[in-house]
Design a protein around this ligand. Structure first.
Ligand code: NOJ
Length: 526
């Protein structure tokens, strides 16, 4: 660990899904002015940075992940003046602002694609991936992440174009140097404005095999998995050239002071590590996919640490706008423990809006489904609407999120589960998050310290965090029964997820309630 840790190493990132945070104009959709109005709340959490999902102009086929202008703001979210005001307000409060940048694909409505599509001779034809079909079929067996072939036939020009996601999201051809230059300029536009970094969307998809070889069959495919999983993604993702492009991005960012690049890539740990060449933090989603099991988590933490490259800084993500919320994945009883896990592990934590309240996945009636994923691959439980529902601020209609009709329904028990009600309520998850974050900020052992042991004892996950003379012992009972576990020696209880009690622990045995996690100061032990 460098003596002077960067803000993105010490800090905590809070993800805001802008459609759902706060609506300021009554159209039922959250916006930038809404986020600005809620920044003081964000400050009370004690986090260091906000990452906002895409706000560029977009036809919203994939809710902003289909960009039609990389240097603008979609009117749904406001105008550039609203963005400038948000950035300013964030900085005034000491918060960093991280934007979402979507380099893999544009919207089919982006002027680049319209031009590319206009004819085979278009000067921008090569900006996207166009190929002839094979005997009246797509060029190969590649499938879209959202189901169906990854190729769409364009009648007018008689060729197929490639899209890793929706047909409305054609993939850019990153082998084209003009594409690289144009995207580099877009990054500089925002960096010049003073944004503090980017979360780069789906970076493992940037390149595909140039020879377009068919993907092999997935030997682990079984009934119940979406049809997309029939094939491995061997030739479709994680190609070697990705690193050159990320290197270019990084050089651009590092020509400015103190900016961060975060990359989104759902990959096995071994493969993820290669992305440290290009980005400061390749998102580690392995907590999202993990079973709630002490043995598994101990192994995960340990393996991750072993695989990290020299100077590679770890990070952990507990939830995001694509995956089931933590309160639903692990259960609401485990939510405090999951918070303690996220906030005591070594590495930058990313926290998803609403998880600090214990929001669970919200059941969306079929008629109100918005997510194109769910619409294209119905019935596989992959819909993402349940995790994107509006933030409940108060015990009011629509939780104070909007004066209009919210674009997605809120959860049922808004009158109990909202910021105002949980604020200051003893024992609330919101308070627990704030207290844990405050403790993490006070304790270098937690924010930048090393690990001592990492192990599991039956249902208990145990690790130590160490910084200089400070030694903190963390024990998380993931089980549902009372359990005793050895403590290396007498210590001082700094935090428990189930009771407010703090104080000396004389013996060398810890008593842990079901779902209890504790942080014990054992610095005094020789
Ligand atoms: C990953 C984003 O998180 C997801 O929401 C989006 O649909 C895909 N990338 C495509 O951009």
């Amino acid at each position: 660990m460098p003596t002077e840790a960067a803000w993105w190493q010490r800090g905590i990132i809070y993800q805001i899904y802008p459609r759902s945070f706060q609506d300021s104009n009554g159209d039922g959709i959250g916006d930038l002015a809404g986020i600005t109005a809620r920044l003081d709340y964000v400050v009370t959490l004690g986090v260091d940075a906000i990452w906002i999902s895409p706000i560029n102009p977009s036809p919203m086929a994939d809710f902003g992940y289909d960009v039609s202008d990389y240097t603008g703001i979609d009117p749904i979210f406001g105008g550039m003046a609203d963005f400038d005001a948000l950035l300013d307000a964030a900085h005034q409060r000491g918060l960093k602002l991280i934007m979402d940048f979507v380099p893999n694909h544009t919207s089919e409505q982006h002027p680049w694609f319209l031009e590319s599509r206009s004819s085979r001779d278009s000067l921008k034809r090569d900006w996207y991936i166009w190929r002839d079909g094979k005997d009246g079929s797509p060029p190969n067996n590649w499938m879209s992440e959202f189901g169906g072939s990854a190729w769409t036939f364009d009648e007018a020009s008689g060729q197929y174009y490639y899209h890793a996601y929706l047909p409305q999201q054609p993939d850019l051809n990153w082998r084209n140097s003009d594409v690289r230059a144009a995207m580099g300029n877009a990054l500089r536009f925002w960096l010049d404005k003073g944004v503090d970094g980017f979360r780069l969307d789906t970076i493992h998809h940037l390149f595909e095999d140039e020879g377009l070889r068919d993907n092999p069959l997935n030997p682990d495919f079984h009934e119940g998995l979406p049809p997309r999983e029939q094939f491995e993604r061997t030739h479709q993702t994680d190609q070697r050239e990705v690193r050159d492009v990320l290197g270019e991005f990084r050089r651009i960012c590092e020509s400015y002071d103190d900016r961060v690049l975060i990359g989104e890539a759902y990959l096995p740990l071994e493969k993820l590590m290669r992305y440290y060449d290009g980005v400061h933090l390749p998102f580690n989603f392995h907590l999202i996919g993990a079973p709630w099991n002490a043995a598994h988590l101990a192994d995960l933490i340990w393996r991750y640490e072993q695989l990290l490259p020299r100077n590679g800084w770890p990070n952990w993500v507990l939830g995001n706008h694509d995956r089931s919320r933590v309160a639903s994945r692990f259960g609401i009883k485990a939510a405090p423990l999951a918070a303690m896990l996220l906030l005591t592990l070594r590495g930058t934590p990313t926290l998803y809006y609403g998880d600090e309240l214990g929001l669970a996945d919200v059941n969306i009636p079929p008629a109100q489904v918005q997510d194109p994923w769910e619409i294209r691959v119905p019935g596989f439980g992959l819909g993402r609407d349940p995790v994107r529902t509006p933030m409940p601020w108060a015990s009011e209609p629509n939780g104070g999120f909007t004066a209009g009709k919210p674009w997605l329904p809120l959860h049922d028990n808004v009158s109990e589960l909202n910021v105002q009600t949980l604020d200051g309520k003893p024992g609330s998850l919101l308070d627990l998050y704030r207290d844990l974050i405050a403790l993490r900020r006070r304790e270098p052992a937690l924010s930048t310290g090393d690990y001592g042991t990492v192990e599991h004892r039956d249902d208990v996950l145990v690790y130590e965090r160490v910084h200089a003379e400070r030694r903190l012992f963390i024990a998380l009972n993931l089980g549902t029964t009372l359990i005793y576990t050895p403590l290396p020696g007498p210590g001082e209880l700094l935090f428990s997820t189930v009771h407010g009690w703090k104080g000396k622990i004389a013996g060398d045995l810890l008593r842990l309630q079901p779902h209890e996690g504790v942080i014990v100061d054992i610095s005094a032990i020789a």
